[in-house]
Design a protein around this ligand. Structure first.
Ligand code: ARG
Ligand code: GLU
Length: 715
């Protein structure tokens, strides 16, 4: 009896889907979530969020460049996203003379807006389930290759038959590890111009020290504008394009939120893994995350050293540094959170209940009793190779002479295909490398090489190490600085000019020179070693894991019928909802849910790399002239809630119970970054910047009244 009660308790605890958890498909809200959303405080209907027959909130939400979210906030195609999402664009327009990273950028007229050749936004027009059409003819007897080939054929057929306008695209994606498929009709606009960005002292205030932490005081926003052709349809950049007229733009509320208020976040979360086995979680926690953390720790220390001393290196390496640091810090938080929330034990408990349930049902038993033991074996087999893959993927691209070698090796392949391929590739490459070298510094690269190659050599089993590299190193008796001296004084890959000179030679000579370059030879041997010692095993076990995980997911859906499942994030449009609330991460530590500009002044450190403030901003905060953006003499800056978000949700709108814009999602709290694997409602919180702080900066700091005027602000 005791056991039964205990089991009942575990079952209800583990499988109760907490209201805050989940990234839901917008077209299914009406059936799965609406009731609960209303109970939590929502005042609109699911049909106001997603509707294909008339304009709804979804028509104001776009995927930005495939890596972030943005939302339309005016009838002239103005969109809002994070500073760190627009950062590449901001950086590309920046120089020492026009330092938009440091000083910000504002277009006071449309003709001052700046074009961004590679940036695009995609709207979602329609979402439809296509599982049966996609899996038509697929049987359990098929091997992975046959299965995949048939699925691809089915998808192609679906795409051919599906009715769409000629400016639209169709995407079909697997959900629940390939147990379901959905089709998306999209419209992609490719003329997206930079409109405004605050100085990084606002947009990235607190930098890496504050990243992934609460309390936060960052105004992480930037603004762009979508341009369309004269018919409001997608078009490549043209000076004749006009601002896009949206089907829907968000209304802005200056009311703010109280503790307990309903909020939702609407966007394009990238990737989560909520249904892994305990064995998989253990590997992430003990092997993969620590490997990646260690490598990045070394790379960051070197870059930072240079960036602090040299403003031009700081501009060159700012985006790279931020990207590397962001993952580094997140994984550190993830490992801590997984340990603290006892994620492996929790998963073990699920698995125990799962096994007990299937033992009681003959059909389930036949279908599913091997899936967990087989997953365990597969992870045992892949573990060391998976670590070697992390080492290769983390180390090689961070050493620029190797990533350049990678580009150039594409040219040698083109050369073998014939002259026209070669010339085409060469032209592409020259363009690309010109960009690469704008963000390259030889001294930094040398130090990166020395530090990361030391890890590559010392931290790995011999079979995973390039023999060419280790022989060279033995020649110098293990002295890496001697080796780097030889490489960096001989290779032709340390400047754009040198590579261009090589490439102006005849194809034969150029290819000969490339192939005999020391960096190229070393790179090729590292790749060769990886391809012979690591890839075959990864290629053997990864498809097996994918298949077992699909089978396990199918089993979960079937065995835990009482649970409401949401699919893992996969870059498609989702809605997550929760309530505004603080949290208590540790004994006696309690976090409030709002921050104010007083906190900016508390954190201010003159001359500091992360917490300095320009004089004009300092004066502005001190003046307390907050206008309509302040409350009770204070200026709200950021707030937190229990919305379940992940990378890709950056730039997503935070909406109130009426669907009005109240903030901009940009981060999660340190204790809760493990929510990608194990969401815990007690400590997982998303961080949003208050829309009033954003408007305060646009209005009172930048004086961009033109932008305020075109927004629909509710009074
Ligand atoms: N952690 C946030 C995200 O994952 C913000 C990253 C940008 N800020 C930074 N300091 N790197 O994107
Ligand atoms: N900053 C993240 C992004 O770039 C969002 C925060 C998160 O991962 O939750 O998407």
């Amino acid at each position: 009896m005791k056991n039964i009660i205990l089991l009942f308790l575990i079952t209800t605890i583990s499988f109760k889907c907490f209201a805050d958890e989940g990234m839901w498909l917008p077209q299914l809200l009406a059936t799965l979530n609406e009731k609960e959303m209303k109970k939590m405080g929502m005042k609109i209907n699911a049909r106001d969020i997603y509707n294909i027959n008339k304009s709804s909130l979804k028509d104001a939400i776009v995927s930005l460049g495939g890596f972030c979210t943005a939302e339309v906030i005016s009838d002239q195609g103005l969109i809002l996203t994070n500073h760190h999402c627009g950062f590449d664009a901001i950086q590309n327009h920046s120089s020492l003379e026009n330092n938009y990273i440091k000083n910000g950028f504002w277009a006071y007229e449309k003709k001052q807006e700046l074009t961004n050749p590679n940036l695009f936004v995609s709207f979602i027009i329609n979402i439809e389930e296509v599982t049966s059409a996609t899996l038509k003819g697929v049987t359990t007897m098929m091997n992975d290759k046959e299965r995949q080939a048939l699925i691809e054929k089915n998808i192609q057929q679906l795409k051919n038959l599906y009715k769409k306008e000629n400016w639209q695209d169709i995407i079909v994606r697997p959900f629940f590890e390939g147990n379901k498929y959905y089709l998306f009709v999209t419209e992609t606009y490719k003329d997206v111009r930079l409109v405004g960005a605050p100085p990084s002292a606002v947009g990235n205030f607190g930098k890496d020290t504050d990243n992934w932490t609460w309390p936060r005081h960052t105004g992480d926003f930037s603004m762009f504008r979508i341009y369309a052709d004269k018919n409001n349809k997608p078009a490549a950049y043209s000076p004749d394009n006009v601002p896009y007229t949206p089907k829907r733009s968000l209304k802005i509320s200056l009311k703010g939120v109280k503790e307990g208020d309903f909020t939702m976040v609407f966007g394009f979360p990238g990737r989560t893994n909520e249904y892994l086995s305990s064995r998989a979680v253990k590997q992430i926690m003990e092997v993969n995350d620590p490997a990646k953390i260690n490598i990045r720790h070394h790379a960051l220390a070197i870059m930072k050293d240079f960036m602090i001393k040299d403003e031009s290196i700081k501009i060159q390496y700012a985006a790279k540094y931020a990207t590397i640091e962001n993952g580094h810090k997140k994984w550190k938080g993830e490992v801590l959170g997984l340990k603290k929330s006892e994620a492996v034990d929790k998963k073990n408990n699920y698995e125990k209940i799962f096994t007990e349930r299937i033992q009681k049902n003959e059909e389930w038993k036949t279908k599913y009793q091997n899936v967990l033991p087989e997953l365990r074996n597969a992870y045992d087999s892949i573990e060391s190779y998976s670590r070697a893959r992390d080492y290769f993927n983390e180390i090689v691209p961070k050493i620029e002479i190797f990533s350049i070698s990678g580009e150039l090796s594409g040219l040698t392949t083109a050369y073998e295909k014939g002259n026209s391929e070669y010339e085409k590739k060469k032209a592409e490459l020259i363009q690309k490398l010109e960009e690469t070298f704008k963000e390259y510094n030889k001294a930094v690269d040398i130090k990166l090489f020395e530090s990361l190659i030391e890890l590559y050599i010392n931290d790995q089993k011999k079979e995973f190490i390039s023999k060419y590299l280790s022989d060279k190193l033995s020649f110098y008796q293990g002295d890496i600085s001697k080796l780097s001296e030889e490489i960096y004084s001989t290779t032709g890959f340390t400047s754009f000019e040198k590579i261009k000179t090589i490439l102006t030679e005849s194809p034969e000579t150029a290819i000969g020179l490339l192939k005999s370059d020391i960096a190229f030879m070393m790179y090729e041997d590292m790749v060769k070693t990886y391809k012979s010692a690591v890839s075959p095993k990864i290629n053997e076990f990864q498809p097996l894991i994918t298949r077992l995980q699909r089978n396990y997911m199918q089993a979960l859906l079937e065995v835990f019928k009482e649970k409401r499942f949401y699919p893992d994030a996969n870059g498609t449009m989702r809605v997550t909802y929760g309530n505004v609330k603080g949290y208590e991460p540790r004994d006696a530590v309690k976090y409030d849910f709002y921050t104010y500009s007083d906190g900016i002044l508390e954190k201010y450190k003159p001359g500091d790399y992360e917490f300095d403030l320009p004089q004009d901003l300092l004066k502005l905060y001190k003046s307390k002239d907050y206008g309509m953006y302040g409350v009770n003499g204070k200026l709200p800056v950021c707030f937190i809630a229990s919305n379940h978000t992940t990378g890709g949700n950056s730039g997503s709108p935070a909406l109130d119970a009426y669907g009005n814009l109240i903030g901009l999602n940009f981060d999660r709290v340190w204790e809760g970054t493990m929510s990608d694997i194990n969401y815990d409602p007690k400590i997982c919180r998303n961080i949003m910047v208050d829309i009033r702080y954003i408007l305060f900066i646009v209005d009172k700091y930048a004086g961009a009244k033109n932008l305020i005027k075109e927004m629909n602000i509710l009074h």
